[in-house]
Design a protein around this ligand. Structure first.
Ligand code: BTN
Length: 244
């Protein structure tokens, strides 16, 4: 994010996916650096690994923002930096969020936020879905065991504005961001299953936001992408993370 970005949020009542919306606008060459879009509802919210992101009207912050970048290494930073920005906003509200590598935010053992950064023309679109309140009919069966909501009265637009303000803050302070991310990582010290199905113990986060793990044979390895499954319950919060 070398270019200066100004805060501009387009508000939509309903769209398929805010990520898709900005990816299309980028293709048409219509986006300035930092342009964001916030939807009240998404009908085809997108999650990682081709999954859907449940996005019912009026209960979540469905936010996407476009940043110009041509640097592939830099593009990889957007997901963890979005996670830092969301955590910072939640901590200002007195909450104690934790991060499940690489892109999920948990609160008291439940996933309250997912992040999906996607390549777009000339840059990247960062999509953040934060469950502000429990949907009236509850979460769908498929995510019922996992999903949670803040349910603390936070509203979508001011929350989006705060998240967007924290993003450049963390971009300008890479070392602070890395330390901040590491302190909130819920998986450190825990046993997990790796994307290839092998068991491992998490050692921590590498300097480029990879996941350092210890294999049963004693070999250390850095995982760069993929889904990690935790053995047992997600820890309620990180002892190191301080609200405020
Ligand atoms: C995940 O948990 O796998 C990522 C979910 C990302 C959801 C957000 S909501 C705003 C933006 N638009 C989308 O279609 N997806 C992201």
């Amino acid at each position: 994010m070398s270019e200066k970005s100004t805060l501009s949020i387009w508000l939509l009542d309903k769209t398929g996916s805010t990520n898709r919306y900005l990816i299309e606008k980028a293709r048409e060459g219509l986006l300035k650096n930092g342009q964001a879009v916030l939807a009240r509802e998404q009908t085809r919210g997108r999650g990682r690994l081709g999954r859907d992101f449940f996005s019912p009207g009026g209960t979540g912050m469905y936010l996407s923002v476009y940043y110009r970048t041509i640097d592939a290494e830099e593009a990889l930073l957007y997901t963890p930096l979005c996670a830092c920005a969301v955590c910072a906003v939640l901590e200002k509200e007195g909450l104690k969020p934790g991060i499940k590598w690489v892109n999920d935010i948990y609160l008291e053992g439940r996933k309250v936020c997912g992040i999906l950064c996607e390549k777009a023309e000339g840059g990247v679109v960062c999509g953040i879905g934060l469950n502000l309140s429990t949907p009236p009919g509850g979460f769908p069966e498929a995510v019922k065991q996992l999903a949670g909501a803040l349910d603390n009265g936070m509203e979508a637009l001011p929350t989006a504005e705060r998240v967007l303000a924290f993003l450049p803050y963390f971009f300008e302070r890479p070392q602070e961001a890395l330390a901040y991310y590491r302190e909130r990582m819920l998986l450190t010290g825990h046993s997990v299953t790796l994307p290839d199905g092998k068991p491992a113990r998490v050692l921590g986060i590498s300097d480029r936001y990879g996941l350092n793990v210890l294999l049963p044979g004693g070999e250390e390895k850095e995982i760069i992408c993929g889904e990690i499954t935790l053995h047992g319950q997600m820890p309620p919060s990180c002892p190191a993370a301080q609200p405020g």
